[in-house]
Design a protein around this ligand. Structure first.
Ligand SMILES: NC(=O)c1ccc[n+]([C@@H]2O[C@H](COP(=O)([O-])OP(=O)(O)OC[C@H]3O[C@@H](n4cnc5c(N)ncnc54)[C@H](O)[C@@H]3O)[C@@H](O)[C@H]2O)c1
Length: 258
């Protein structure tokens, strides 16, 4: 292992990854396991989380567990945290990647789907940190990554709940970074651009036609290209980065192309 590779694997504590059964969360779990970090994949998709954890444990020889957790349900966090601690031995990293992009426009927003969206994307960041705060404080180099989106900045009529939630994630991270910093714990928001994962659904090709030409990198991103940024942000290589919003979007947010 090269020296740089070694640093990306420090600290060697376990990491909880929500949304770990698919897309960006799964890519992050694989990247972290590749440098020796144990991983717990939390996902509403129980089967997907379990099979991904099994594959990761076999391939990388690290402890890996998949757990069925619905992050909209605050009661689900404590039992999953206990199971994670038991399986990984230590927890010094959290990635909150679970998410959905509900298309409602203004007319389709209800108290229930609004509250559920905010609970999943925003409230869960706080609940995860609350559940693991003693673990994070106990292990030097602990860090948290909350996945936001470039949609925190773009105005898209179809996804008001998602947009509001992703904006809130960036602001929330700044607030949490203050208190966590007093304990040596870092927290950052990571805003991906257009990344090829199942969340794009049947909108994918239309979005590529619409946004593809505007992306300076010339293409959609791959989940691995976000997983490696997450691994970096959770490592000692990123020891002076906290309260930041890191944008990984191939230049889309700054593009003035038509
Ligand atoms: N793919 C993109 O272009 C893109 C861009 C910006 C931000 N993001 C964000 O990245 C994160 C990961 O998304 P992805 O692209 O990998 O999509 P994905 O659909 O591949 O993964 C999302 C995962 O979250 C899980 N999930 C959904 N609701 C859940 C719940 N209530 N409790 C627990 N797990 C739940 C799903 O089962 C799935 O495994 C999301 O927060 C998404 O908003 C994605």
């Amino acid at each position: 292992m090269s020296a740089a590779r070694h640093l990306l694997g420090t600290p060697g504590t376990g990491v909880v990854i929500t949304g770990g059964a698919s897309g960006i969360g799964l890519a992050a779990a694989r990247a972290l396991a590749e440098v020796g970090r144990p991983v717990a994949l939390w996902d509403i998709n129980a089967e997907g989380a379990a099979s991904a954890a099994q594959e990761i444990a076999q391939r990388h020889g690290v402890a890996a567990i998949g757990l069925a957790v619905d992050l909209r349900n605050p009661q689900a966090v404590a039992p999953a945290a206990a199971a994670t601690r038991a399986a990984l031995g230590s927890v010094g990293g959290i990635v909150h990647g679970a998410g959905t992009a509900l298309q409602t426009g203004i007319g389709g927003v209800t108290p229930d789907n609004f509250d559920a969206g905010m609970a999943l994307h925003v409230r869960a960041v706080i609940e995860l940190v609350q559940a693991f705060i003693d673990d994070l404080k106990a292990h030097p180099g602990s860090a948290v990554v909350a996945i936001s989106s470039i949609n925190a900045w773009f105005g898209n009529a179809m996804i008001p709940i998602y947009t509001a939630a992703k904006g809130a994630v960036v602001s929330l991270v700044r607030s949490m970074a203050d208190e966590l910093g007093q304990h040596g714990v870092r927290i950052n928001a990571l805003s991906p651009g257009m990344i090829d994962t199942p969340i794009l659904g049947d909108m994918r090709d239309g979005m590529e036609q619409l946004y593809g030409p505007r992306i300076f990198a010339g293409r959609f991103g791959r989940p691995e290209e976000i997983g490696s940024v997450i691994r970096f942000l959770l490592s000692n290589e990123a020891s002076y980065i906290t309260a930041a919003e890191i944008v990984a979007d191939g230049g889309l947010r700054h593009s003035q192309r038509p």
